[in-house]
Each structure stands twice: as structure tokens, then as C-alpha cells.
Design a protein around this ligand. Structure first.
Ligand SMILES: *[C@@H]1O[C@H](CO)[C@@H](O)[C@H](O)[C@H]1NC(C)=O
Ligand SMILES: *[C@@H]1O[C@H](CO)[C@@H](O)[C@H](O)[C@H]1NC(C)=O
Ligand SMILES: [Zn+2]
Length: 503
């Protein structure tokens, strides 16, 4: 019945713009039915007031609401539909709030100050990681005493397994706030430190990755920050490590760990058996991983594959896990370059990884949160017909104007060679300032409501799992995710029969 009869009419306006009209949508009964179903599910929704055993935070770097909408339409169109009516996985999460993303010292935020907010629960300055706003950017000596700890760290302290998965370098600002405390997000390796930072004993982010919180699963890019400057990269012979202190951080990380693996390519990654691995570090590129559209599938795993492996390793812990998934720092990077097509494909892959995680976990005991650190000046609109490609052009018929439906408020798009237009010429398109969405499901996820400071996210997640400082949350223990093994079921049946016979 639903959506089978489509009337396709081809409207030729400049680019191939087509309108897909779905028959049912012409009738009031379709919308009334649709509305009644949505109302029914809202009325029957029940709050899960138990503790969360597992926490997953999905972060779409730079994934503002226009990006979410455009990715939804693209996902639908890739499946051969008109697009607007389709749903992303994150769209199906029952609880939504808005997040105010500004940094303490700046209206337009960056990924470091925002990551400190949503991972540590404290707003910070632009460019700083894991420290309160009492630390000005670049001032190492002002770091001491101002460190704030992340929910990843607190989950580990509570006995859970923890992991980070990203398509950027694992030392990048977003995952960095999970384990590092630094006055400057760009202090990736020791060779990046200023003389003041060296003098006052500040450590680079790669060093902190290995020496602060013990992290079970670390997957992403960032090989070069882990090796000495005379160690050749295994994949690109012209590349070397960038450390001047001569340390092999991967070796240091593996020391004194059991069931530990380090991999740097897809073959090694595929060979890792999650059942027998408790610690996994996979670094697939010297810096950031490639864009999903440009990924060498024989060399690098996809985000979804990394998320799957991470969950299989972490979920062996009976006390549960915390997983941070930076669903594509590359959404952000592609937008900065004014490359909306790449950004939107990244966002679709991001959504796919959320879907895969949902298949591997249970909503009964796992809180899943999807949000962005900040938006971009990406917008789209302009009289487009139904089913129009989000990356297509529009042509006004009366005064003959041609323009791209999606535009950037600034950036490289002032050059006519670029795919999308931008009025303000800048080498790099900027972040946006408007609120971003928080989508949540699972235990206690109803606490995500209203318009909130971004730092609220860490507080809700800590509370839901009764992590510090909410150890006395008094929530009943986690629901048992119902995965009864068939043999156990047979045993129970047998016991039941036995007890009936003996009566
Ligand atoms: C850095 O922070 C220290 C300690 O708060 C302060 O004394 C110093 O003046 C700061 N330096 C700069 C350059 O702001
Ligand atoms: C490489 O590291 C050594 C110390 O381990 C240092 O003396 C040298 O200057 C570094 N080379 C470069 C190119 O930075
Ligand atoms: Zn950015």
C-alpha cells in the first residue's frame, strides 16, 4: 500500500530537476493516518527510568541542522526516493533538545572548547581541551589545577570499558577532550609544543592519549604523532613520524597490557578477533582518515566497521562501556573547504554507523546520544521542487537567474569553479553560531529536552550511568537487555517440566 504508486513527472529547469509525487500524499487520509501513528507512538512511549549500563555518544563534527536535513534528503535520494519524507536513523530517536554551542570566550565556537563542554560538562575557551575557561589558549602554565575530567575517564573509573572511534586523527580536538588536558588543541606531538609549554612541563596530546586514562579501543587516524621522526610510515614511505623525543608511543601503550593489538591497515583490522582482544589501537592514516567518498576500501575500514569492532570488544565487560564516536570530523573539514557533497556523504555514513550500533546494542540498557559540536554557515533553499537534488541548481524563469540550492555564507565558494556559491571570500568557510540538535534514546534519555547549554550533555550521560559526581543517583540497576541464549531457554523449559512432573 504505502509508497508504491509513484507519479513521476519530469520538469526540465536548467539542471535535471525532477518531481516525484507520491500518490498517497495527495490525499488527506495519508497525512491523517501518518499523524495518528506518530501520536499513538508518542502516547504509548514509556520512560526508561533505569540506570544505563552502556553509553554511546555520536558526535557529528560540524553537523548543524541544515546538514542533517540535507543528509536525510540525500539518503532518501540515494535509495531512489524523493528524499524529503525519508528518515535518518537519528531522526527516529524519541528525545530531542537544542544545544547552545558558544565557547566561554567566543561566540563562534570551535571543536575543542565544545568537546570540553559535552565530554567534561564544563564550558571552556576556544582552542582549549579538558581545562576550564581559567586556562587561556596557548598558556601552558595556566593549565595546572584547571583540568576537568571527561565522562570517558569517569566511566573507566567506574569499571566500564571505554573507547574512541573517529575518522579524524585520534589526537584531534573532539576525541582529545576525552583524555587530554591542554591549553592548545594543536599541540598534537612534542614537536608542536612552544618553548613555554616545554619549560612548564606540558605534554602533547599524543603523549596524553597513552599516559592518562587507559582506553580500551582507539580507532582513527594520527599515526605520525606516535612515532619518532626517523621512523618511516608503513603505508607512505615518504612520510615519517614527527616526534622529536624519540619515543614510540604505540609500543609504550602496548606495554603491560594483555590481549592487546595494534593495526594500521584493513587486513590487520579484519584479523582482530574481538572475542579475544581487550585492547585495540588502529591508526589508519598519518593524519586524518580520508573522506568516505575517497576511502581506499582495501586499506582503511569504514566508520561503521570501526564502530562495529569497537562495540564487540567493549561490550564484553559485564559492567558496560562508554564509546565516543566522532562521526566524521570530516563533515566539518569538507564544509570548511566548501565541499558540500563530501560533507553530506560523510553525514550519511555517520548515520549508517548509528544504525549499526543500534543493531549491536539494546535500547533497554544503552543510552545513545547523537549531537554536533557546532554548525556551519551552510544553508539551502530557493524555490526548489520536490525531489530536487540538494546539490542541484535552480533557475528562475522570469528573470533567468541560476544558482545552487545549497550555499555557504562564506568560504572558497566565491570562486566560480567551486561547486557551491558563497558571497564572502574566505580561504576556509567558517563555523556557524546557531544551536545544534541533540537526539537521544535509551535509559533516562527523556532528560534531553528544551534548550540547554552544551555542557548539559555530559551531566545527563554521567547521571544516567551513575558516574561521578552522580554516584548516588539512586536509579535502579540497568535493565537486562533480553538476549537469552537458546540453550538457556531449553534448560529453563526442562527445569519447568521437571518441577511440574515432581508436583
Ligand atoms: C599565563 O598564566 C599564568 C598563570 O595564570 C599567568 O601568570 C601569566 O601571566 C599568563 N601568561 C600570559 C602570556 O598570559
Ligand atoms: C628529530 O629528532 C631529533 C631528536 O630525537 C632532533 O635532534 C632532530 O632535530 C629532529 N629532526 C627534525 C627534522 O625535526
Ligand atoms: Zn571546524
Amino acid at each position: 500500500q504505502a509508497g508504491t504508486h509513484c507519479v513521476m513527472s519530469l520538469l526540465l529547469i536548467y539542471d535535471t530537476v525532477f518531481v516525484l509525487l507520491v500518490d498517497e500524499e495527495l490525499h488527506a487520509s495519508y497525512w491523517n493516518h501518518q499523524g495518528r501513528e506518530a501520536l499513538h507512538s508518542a502516547l504509548s512511549a514509556q520512560r526508561n527510568l533505569h540506570q544505563a549500563k552502556n553509553l554511546i555518544l555520536f558526535l557529528g563534527d560540524g553537523m548543524g541542522i541544515p546538514t542533517v536535513t540535507a543528509a536525510r534528503i540525500l539518503k532518501g535520494q540515494l535509495a531512489g526516493k524523493s528524499g524529503e519524507e525519508s528518515s535518518l536513523v537519528m531522526d527516529t530517536f524519541p528525545n530531542v533538545a537544542l544545544s547552545k554551542t558558544y565557547n566561554v570566550d567566543q561566540q563562534m565556537p570551535d571543536s575543542a572548547g565544545t568537546a570540553t563542554a559535552y565530554l567534561c560538562g564544563v564550558k571552556a575557551n576556544y582552542g582549549t581541551l579538558g581545562v576550564s575557561a581559567s586556562t587561556p589558549r596557548y598558556n601552558c602554565s595556566a593549565t595546572k589545577g584547571n583540568e576537568v575530567t571527561s565522562i570517558l575517564h569517569r566511566a573507566k573509573q567506574a569499571g566500564k570499558s571505554v573507547g574512541i572511534v573517529t575518522t579524524t586523527r585520534v589526537q584531534h580536538a573532539s576525541p582529545g577532550a576525552a583524555y587530554a588536558h591542554t591549553a592548545n588543541r594543536n599541540w598534537y606531538a612534542d614537536s608542536d609544543l612552544t618553548p613555554e609549554a616545554v619549560k612548564n612541563g606540558c605534554r602533547d596530546i599524543a603523549y596524553q592519549l597513552v599516559h592518562n586514562t587507559e582506553i580500551n579501543v582507539i580507532l582513527g587516524g594520527g599515526r605520525q604523532y606516535m612515532f619518532p621522526n626517523n621512523t618511516q610510515d608503513p603505508e607512505y614511505p615518504s612520510f615519517t613520524g614527527v616526534r622529536n623525543d624519540g619515543t614510540h608511543l604505540v609500543t609504550e601503550w602496548m606495554k603491560n597490557k594483555k590481549n592487546v593489538e595494534y593495526v594500521w591497515n584493513k587486513a590487520g583490522f579484519d584479523a582482530v578477533n574481538p572475542a579475544t582482544t581487550d585492547f585495540l589501537m588502529g591508526l589508519f592514516e598519518p593524519k586524518d582518515c580520508r573522506y568516505e567518498l575517497e576511502r581506499d576500501q582495501s586499506m582503511d575500514p569504514s566508520l561503521t566497521e570501526m564502530v562495529e569492532k569497537a562495540i564487540k570488544i567493549l561490550s564484553k565487560n559485564p559492567k558496560g562501556f562508554f564509546l565516543f564516536v566522532e562521526d566524521n570530523g570530516r563533515i566539518d573539514h569538507a564544509h570548511h573547504d566548501g565541499k558540500a557533497k563530501k560533507a553530506l556523504y560523510e553525514a550519511v555514513e555517520f548515520d549508517r554507523s548509528i544504525g549499526r550500533a543500534a543493531e549491536l546494542t539494546s535500547e533497554l540498557d544503552t543510552m545513545s546520544v547523537v549531537t554536533a559540536d557546532h554548525s556551519h554557515v551552510f544553508a539551502f533553499g530557493g524555490g526548489s521542487a520536490r525531489g530536487n537534488s540538494v546539490l542541484g541548481k535552480f533557475h528562475t524563469q522570469n528573470d533567468d537567474k541560476h544558482f545552487t540550492m545549497a550555499v555557504y555564507g562564506n568560504g572558497p565558494g566565491y570562486q566560480l569553479s567551486m561547486e557551491l556559491q558563497a558571497p564572502v571570500p574566505l580561504d576556509s568557510e567558517t563555523h556557524g553560531i546557531e544551536d545544534v540538535a541533540i537526539f537521544a534514546k535509551g535509559p533516562m534519555s527523556h532528560l534531553f529536552h528544551g534548550v540547554q547549554e552544551q555542557s548539559y550533555i555530559a551531566h545527563v550521560m554521567a547521571y544516567a550511568a551513575c558516574l561521578e559526581p552522580y554516584e548516588d543517583c539512586k536509579l535502579p540497576p540497568p535493565n537486562q537487555a533480553a538476549s537469552i541464549h537458546p540453550s538457556l531457554l531449553l534448560l529453563l523449559l526442562g527445569l519447568l517440566l521437571l518441577s511440574l512432573c515432581s508436583v
